[in-house]
Design a protein around this ligand. Structure first.
Ligand SMILES: [Zn+2]
Length: 218
């Protein structure tokens, strides 16, 4: 039997996320998926894992807070942790659209009420995360790009602004938020949920204590 040779189909390569390259930026190719002499010859760069940390830091303060809140809520739902869900909802509520008309999730008392209410029914998080994330990605465009560097066509996502690109990278799993310090970090391997082993241990203790308190409550 003839041995199978590796074909490009069997090579897993990350989906390039493209933005227009700023003056002086290294670039990955041209926006050749656009017709027209002006747009089609604009330089684009593919956001790499290496420069993602810098891209997060230059996000607008509100966009950054929104992204981190959504990522925390997403994680809390994925692991179905009541304590994490409650904490994430408290942070996310002032940043999300009102849960329903007339509610004032930006007021402390209301926020506590809704955070408790939503965390007791985890499916609320599923809808909130899916809808808010999709809205944040609405400017992204799926394209077929010819990469001059790799000399091949490649499906890619073109983002007209950095915010959309960073959000997309985050939803592709390239940005995590540490549950202990709430800071974003680029995971070195799949499954690293904390920025450091120290924060993992500290947070486990906090969560354990919160569970004990909840069990002891009348
Ligand atoms: Zn941390």
């Amino acid at each position: 039997m003839q041995q199978k040779t590796t074909s490009p189909l069997h090579t897993v390569s990350p989906l390039p996320v493209l933005v227009i390259a700023r003056e002086g930026d290294p670039f990955s190719g041209l926006a050749n998926f656009y017709s027209g002499a002006t747009r089609g010859t604009q330089k684009v760069r593919s956001i790499t894992k290496k420069d993602l940390k810098r891209e997060i830091s230059i996000l607008d303060h509100g966009d950054r807070a929104f992204l981190l809140a959504i990522l925390e809520l997403k994680k809390a739902y994925e692991i179905r942790d009541q304590f994490d869900l409650r904490r994430s909802w408290e942070k996310a509520l002032p940043l999300l659209p009102s849960p329903w008309p007339g509610s004032r999730a930006d007021e402390i008392e209301q926020r506590e009420f809704f955070a408790t209410f939503f965390s007791q029914t985890p499916d609320w998080a599923k809808f909130a995360v899916a809808q808010s994330s999709t809205k944040a990605l609405e400017d992204a465009r799926f394209v077929l790009w010819f990469s001059d560097k790799e000399q091949r066509f490649s499906p890619a996502v073109y983002c007209p602004n950095l915010k959309t690109a960073v959000f997309l990278k985050a939803f592709l799993g390239e940005i995590h938020v540490c549950p202990h310090c709430s800071k974003p970090f680029i995971p070195s391997h799949k499954g690293s949920d904390y920025c450091s082993p120290e924060h993992r241990e500290r947070y486990r203790l906090i969560r354990w204590r919160a569970r004990k308190r909840a069990e002891a409550a009348p």
